[in-house]
Each structure stands twice: as structure tokens, then as C-alpha cells.
Ligand binder design. Structure first.
Ligand SMILES: [Mn+2]
Length: 322
């Protein structure tokens, strides 16, 4: 780990920056990118934000969102590339190999699994979010927290802590959030935009999908299915399935929550969420996937009964060991 001082010196001595984050953008990724973009611009620097994927509808209100480009510009024109919220280079998506060749790459991240894939990095697995790490960096640099920076950082921290509910919410997290409110972030406006901004199709999809709820293994495992037919019926797209996996976990007896999303006739994306120490990363890894202790995913080929059967066998073996 290099001292923050070194990153600050690089920022001060560089002029052109490229900022990117992981595919399947979340609030921490977009909020962190745009906060860094505004902070660099306020210092008179030039910055471009690149993402392979489009920004999910509920983060499009974030200040600066319209500047994000989806075609990777030639990386050799940048003095420095920031890779945010990524534990591995490949998480950037298609541009990963080109970015690897960049002059200078700085990784800012808080994933436990980050083994340090760049020489220059700011990694703290105890931090709630990449947004919290950027807050520390900006604070150290004495960068003025404008309303744009504060709004983006607050959104990043809010979403990665599940609304300040997860174990990753520390005293420092809430102090940072409090300072951001003081700098002009509007908590009600931000949370309404993120959490109360559903397209009708998503609620229609939820209504259909909740009908598939199934409880197994003494009601400890709860699962939902999103079939292609359900998507069609609701007029929804895969974008609208985000967050559906959290519903079974909200049941009292459930410790592991599963969402089967049909991506092709005989192919399912399996998303897993768990409570406390129930390790779903181990389950996903058995099928070639990965993730974190409480959130992981994999893909399983087969028809639904077969996919369910194989996954439940694996979950039973993991649950049995705990
Ligand atoms: Mn994050």
C-alpha cells in the first residue's frame, strides 16, 4: 500500500485523467466516478469518465452523469487512469486490456478480495464504500466539497451501506455522511431519486416474480424466479431485475436468498444474498462464479428444475457445515 500522499502528488502533477469503474454500475461506482470528476475539474484538471455499461435509471440524476462516455478513448492521452470500486482489472469490462497499458493507473477500492492489481492504490476493506475513501482523500487534499461532490459521495456511501444498515457502516462513515450533508447533499432528494423512482414495469415484474417465492431447507433458503416470459409480461428488461434478490432475504427465517434469472432458454444467472456469516461466495465459486461473503453470483446451465436441484445440493452442503 502506498501512502495517500503519493496519490495526492500524482493528482497535483497530472493534467489529463481518465476515470472508470466496474461493469453493472452501482451507486458507489457512479457516485465515486462523478465525485472525482467534479473534484478534478474544480482543480482545473481535465477528466473523462468512461463506463462500458449505461448508468441505471435511478442514478441518472447524479450531477455530471451526462458527461459519462461509453466508448473508451485512446488511453495514451491520459497522465493517469483511476479505476474505482474494482477488485480486479477485468471488472472494468471490455476496456481492461487497453487500460492495463496506461501510463499510470491508480486503484481506489474497498473490496475484501482486492489483492492489489496495481502498483498505485488506495485500498481499505474496512471502508464502507469507495465513496468514503474518496471523502478521506478529498479531505486530506483540502478540496472544497461542492454540492456536486457532496451529492455524489453521499449517494455512493448511502447505497453501498444499504442506507447505513450494513455492518460496514462505521463511525467514520456516518461522520463523512454528516459532513456531506453540511456541504449541501440533500438526503431526502437523493434517496427519493434512488429508491422511490421505479419505472412501472419494475413493480409489475415484482408482482409476477413474488408469486414464484419458494422456501426450502427448513425455510432457511428463499428463492424467486425471473423467467423470460415474466419479463415479457411485465414489459420489463433485465435492468429491472436489480434488487429483486433482496426480497426473500427480508423474510424472518431466511438466511440465504436466491434469484434465478433466465438469460437463455437453458441458462440461468443465479444471484445469491445472505445474512450474517452464511457464505454464499463459496456456493457461487462451486459453479465458476464469485463475489463476497454476503453477495455472490454464478451462471448455471440447464432447465429450471435441474438448476434448482444442483444449487440446493451445494447450498445444503455449505449450510450443513456452518
Ligand atoms: Mn463499492
Amino acid at each position: 500500500m502506498i501512502p495517500m500522499r503519493q496519490i495526492i502528488d500524482i493528482i497535483k502533477n497530472s493534467r489529463q485523467f481518465l476515470i472508470t469503474a466496474h461493469v453493472r454500475l452501482d451507486g458507489d461506482a457512479v457516485g465515486s466516478e462523478l465525485a472525482l470528476y467534479h473534484a478534478l475539474c474544480s482543480m482545473g484538471k481535465k477528466a473523462v469518465v468512461y463506463n462500458q455499461d449505461i448508468v441505471p435509471w435511478n442514478y441518472r440524476f447524479l450531477p455530471g452523469c451526462e458527461v459519462i462516455v461509453h466508448n473508451l478513448p485512446p488511453v495514451d492521452q491520459y497522465d493517469c487512469v483511476f479505476i474505482l470500486d474494482c477488485s480486479e482489472l477485468d471488472r472494468i469490462g471490455d476496456g481492461a486490456e487497453k487500460i492495463r497499458a496506461a501510463r499510470r493507473v491508480i486503484n481506489i477500492d474497498h473490496h475484501l478480495s482486492n489483492g492489489g492489481f496495481t502498483e498505485l492504490r488506495l485500498i481499505d476493506a474496512r471502508a464502507s464504500s469507495t465513496g468514503e475513501l474518496l471523502y478521506r482523500l478529498f479531505d486530506e487534499m483540502g478540496i472544497a466539497m461542492t454540492k456536486e461532490v457532496a451529492t455524489n459521495l453521499y449517494a455512493a456511501i448511502l447505497t453501498d451501506t444499504g442506507g447505513f444498515r450494513y455492518a460496514s457502516t462505521h463511525k467514520e462513515t456516518l461522520i463523512a455522511a454528516g459532513m456531506l450533508l453540511g456541504a449541501g447533499a440533500d438526503p431526502q432528494w437523493i434517496s427519493e431519486n434512488i429508491y422511490e423512482n421505479n419505472p412501472l414495469a419494475r413493480l409489475r415484474l415484482l408482482a409476477i416474480v413474488l408469486g414464484t417465492l419458494r422456501l426450502e431447507l427448513d425455510d432457511m433458503i428463499g428463492s424467486l424466479v425471473v423467467s423470460r416470459q415474466a419479463l415479457e409480461e411485465a414489459g420489463a428488461t433485465h435492468e429491472h431485475t436489480e434488487g429483486l434478490v433482496d426480497y426473500p432475504r427480508s423474510i424472518q427465517s431466511v438466511v440465504i436468498s436466491v434469484l434465478y434469472t433466465q438469460t437463455e432458454e437453458s441458462m440461468y444467472k443465479v444471484s445469491l444474498r445472505s445474512k450474517e456469516q452464511w457464505n454464499v461466495e463459496r456456493v457461487a465459486r462451486a459453479f465458476g462464479g464469485g463475489g463476497h461473503l454476503n453477495a455472490a453470483a454464478c451462471r448455471i446451465e440447464g432447465d429450471l428444475p435441474d438448476v434448482r436441484h444442483r444449487l440446493m445440493e451445494k447450498i445444503a452442503s455449505v449450510v450443513g457445515k456452518q
